[in-house]
Design a binder for this molecule. Structure first.
Ligand SMILES: NC(=O)C1=CN([C@@H]2O[C@H](COP(=O)(O)OP(=O)(O)OC[C@H]3O[C@@H](n4cnc5c(N)ncnc54)[C@H](OP(=O)(O)O)[C@@H]3O)[C@@H](O)[C@H]2O)[C@H](O)CC1
Ligand SMILES: [K+]
Length: 215
């Protein structure tokens, strides 16, 4: 079953109000995404994994992935596309503050794409269901860097720049090898398998009762 983005936000909020906090949803989303990625790549030990992180909860999922991938022995670099003080949500900020205590994960901020290494894997945690309008900097430069870099690319929830509701693309968008979306498939995502690559929808523990009155 495919659902709308509005339905997804309503289910999320109802689950949160039931006590299954968005922080738990984010943790399960990041963990499920890493499981698929590690299953696909086999060993990520010592692999250079670059994670672009937006200022919203798509970025938050990427922060959770960073922590899990460090646990698998990957060499993880996180590029936050802004200033940490401007991280939009409590659950995303929570995950940033954990990473600040983890020397095993390199944290960079601001959005520069001038890296001193070539990534083996790039994770696109830039934009998800909260996308609106033409892609603004520094998100645009990050998307352009992803598209011009030859490596394995993984999209968190949806390739950034693809509207998960309509399947339409913004002025720029990422083209990835794998996409993991959460809870249920959103209507627009399967329309662009050329951008998603291998596509999965992973459960993240939201109580089925959170869908009552919504689906
Ligand atoms: N559905 C679930 O069960 C779960 C979803 N999760 C993840 O959450 C994201 C949705 O998070 P949200 O914070 O609502 O939105 P995004 O992170 O996608 O984007 C919002 C930020 O992006 C900026 N933005 C929006 N459009 C543009 C643009 N065209 N150019 C540049 N920047 C843009 C926006 O900035 P504003 O200034 O507009 O506020 C925000 O900073 C979902 O996709 C999932 O990945 C949960 O984490 C897990 C459960
Ligand atoms: K994304």
């Amino acid at each position: 079953m495919e659902i709308t983005v509005d339905q997804m936000y309503n289910i999320e909020n109802k689950g949160h109000d039931m006590g299954f906090l968005k922080k738990f949803m984010m943790e399960n989303a990041g963990a499920a995404a890493v499981k698929r990625l590690v299953e696909k790549l086999g060993n990520v030990d010592s692999k250079n994994i670059l994670i672009f992180v937006g200022m919203g909860n798509n970025g938050g999922d990427g922060l959770v992935m960073a922590r899990h991938l460090a646990g698998y022995g990957a060499k993880v670099t996180v590029m936050l596309l802004g200033n940490p003080e401007n991280i939009k949500t409590e659950e995303s900020n929570w995950n940033w503050s954990i990473l600040e205590k983890m020397p095993s994960v390199k944290l960079m901020t601001g959005g520069s794409t001038d890296f001193d290494f070539k990534p083996d894997v790039i994770i696109d945690g830039i934009l998800g269901t909260g996308i609106s309008g033409e892609i603004r900097e520094p998100y645009a430069s990050a998307i352009n860097y992803i598209n011009k870099t030859d490596c394995y690319k993984f999209a968190v929830d949806v390739p950034s720049g693809l509207d998960p509701q309509t399947g339409e693309t913004a002025n720029i968008f990422t083209k990835c090898d794998m996409t993991v979306t959460f809870h249920k498939m959103k209507q627009g995502i399967p329309k662009r398998k050329d951008l998603t690559g291998e596509l999965f929808a992973e459960k993240i523990g939201i109580p089925p009762e959170a869908e009552e009155g919504i689906l």
